[in-house]
Ligand binder design. Structure first.
Ligand code: HAM
Length: 412
């Protein structure tokens, strides 16, 4: 038997209904704040992610599904959405639009990670990006919007972790200090962290092994070193969140697996999830557009994992669509008329299903009951149909061309 690839899953109709509900909630919340939907291609030039996400990240080093496009160019199934949205912003000259340009997406992404609960190789994200504003209000508003999406999704008791990375220039000095600290404790660091002291010392905060974690507990943090405009920006974000009544925990060890972040950085964790507890997160990325050869443009955004939200939620599926009428056939001579009646009923705005499995009349009535049909119209050779009200069991003869009107009269 051929099965779906490891780390991927099918979205079955029941799941699709829960997802549709989540999508509706997110669309309403983001739409009300002026975010408009964007969708970019499923694959992009590999270079976009190498440059955008960062050569030193796990995503680029080990998790990308890359392939040759047949003409010698390397393409990659998108591992994330921010770099593609920035590429689209530049490509379509969106800097000429009123700023910030506020965009959201609901797309699938691909990472060759070790699959486990909440971590897949193809997964979905709802993401929001505000491109063209450096204002701390943008960050605070995005954080509040993500909190609202999570709440509407029924994710409930989430913890917001908040930090700031400052600007890359401000970070240089700190990075040197951190590198010196890591070198001084090199013997206790995991080989992974040790190998990347130069390339990405900040990732040491994200290490899972005990000895490294212990070393990192006394490491100098960037938050303590924030100065000038970086410090002011972060103070303003915090003040806005305080005013909005959103609780957060300052987390100087917060690191995300993407290199483009500057200043504000955050994640929402759900205690209902296991090891993969982050439901969503994001931050400011003021240099990314420039790095992708666009005009210098500050930006900020987040993404939330759809599967993780659904794992942490009580959100029920939207109730199934009601079936106004099931069109049954009394005998073979009625099939043409039944086919036409089902179509007419749909054109008239009713939901109608047709017998498609060659069941006996009794079997058809049982099936109609199972799918929750309000009425069954039994169509045969003559010009009348039997119209059965499934809730009362009452059945009457109606001219075939009056069936739709009779149902509509009962359920206006
Ligand atoms: P990210 O933290 O890599 O950020 O992913 C965002 C969310 O996607 C995570 O919080 C998690 O819920 C979900 N996620 C990530 N990887 C997986 C996986 N393998 N399986 C299931 N869910 C997963 C980004 O992707 C950034 N683009 C977010 C952003 C937008 N930053 C600024 N703008």
């Amino acid at each position: 038997m051929i099965q779906a690839p490891r780390g991927t899953f099918d979205i079955l109709p029941e799941d699709a209904a829960r997802r549709a509900r989540l999508e509706g909630e997110a669309a309403a919340i983001l739409g009300a704040a002026g975010y408009r939907r964007i969708e970019t291609p499923t694959f992009e030039a590999t270079e976009l992610f190498a440059r955008g996400v960062g050569e030193a990240t796990d995503i680029v080093r080990k998790e990308m599904y890359s392939f040759d496009d047949g003409a010698g160019r390397s393409m990659t199934l998108r591992p994330e959405g921010t770099a593609p949205v920035c590429r689209a912003y530049i490509e379509h000259g969106m800097h000429k639009l009123p700023q910030p340009v506020k965009l959201w997406y609901l797309s699938s992404f691909f990472r060759a990670e070790a699959p486990q609960r909440g971590r897949y190789r193809q997964f979905w994200q709802i993401g929001a990006e505000a491109i063209g504003s450096a204002a701390p209000e943008t960050d605070a508003e995005l954080i509040v919007l993500l909190a609202e999406v999570l709440q509407a999704a029924g994710v409930g008791d989430v913890e917001l972790h908040l930090s700031s990375l400052g600007t890359p220039e401000a970070r240089v000095e700190y990075r040197e200090e951190l590198k010196r600290y890591l070198r001084a404790h090199e013997d206790r660091l995991s080989p992974e962290v040790r190998d990347r002291i130069d390339a990405n010392p900040l990732r040491a905060f994200d290490a899972k092994d005990r000895a490294t974690r212990e070393v990192m507990q006394s490491a100098p943090t960037l938050l303590e070193r924030l100065e000038g405009e970086d410090a002011e920006h972060f103070a303003r974000v915090r003040a806005l969140l305080d005013a909005a009544g959103l609780r957060y925990e300052l987390d100087p060890s917060l690191v995300r697996g993407l290199d483009y972040y500057t200043r504000t950085l955050y994640s929402f964790e759900s205690p209902r999830l296991g090891a993969q507890s982050e439901v969503g997160g994001g931050g400011r990325y003021d240099r990314l557009i420039e790095q992708l050869e666009g005009p210098p443009t500050p930006a900020s955004g987040w993404a939330a994992g759809v599967e993780r939200m659904l794992l942490a939620t009580e959100l029920a599926a939207a109730p199934p669509e009601p079936v106004d009428v099931f069109v049954a056939v009394a005998d073979a001579a009625g099939t043409g008329a039944a086919f036409a009646l089902a179509q007419d009923a749909r054109r008239a705005g009713l939901s109608a299903q047709l017998e498609l499995a060659g069941r006996s009349l009794k079997g058809q009535l049982r099936h109609a009951d199972r799918i929750g049909a309000r009425y069954v119209a039994i169509v045969g050779e003559d010009s009348h149909a039997s119209l059965r009200d499934m809730s009362s069991g009452e059945q009457r003869e109606v001219p075939r061309d009056a069936v739709i009107a009779a149902i509509k009269e009962a359920h206006p």
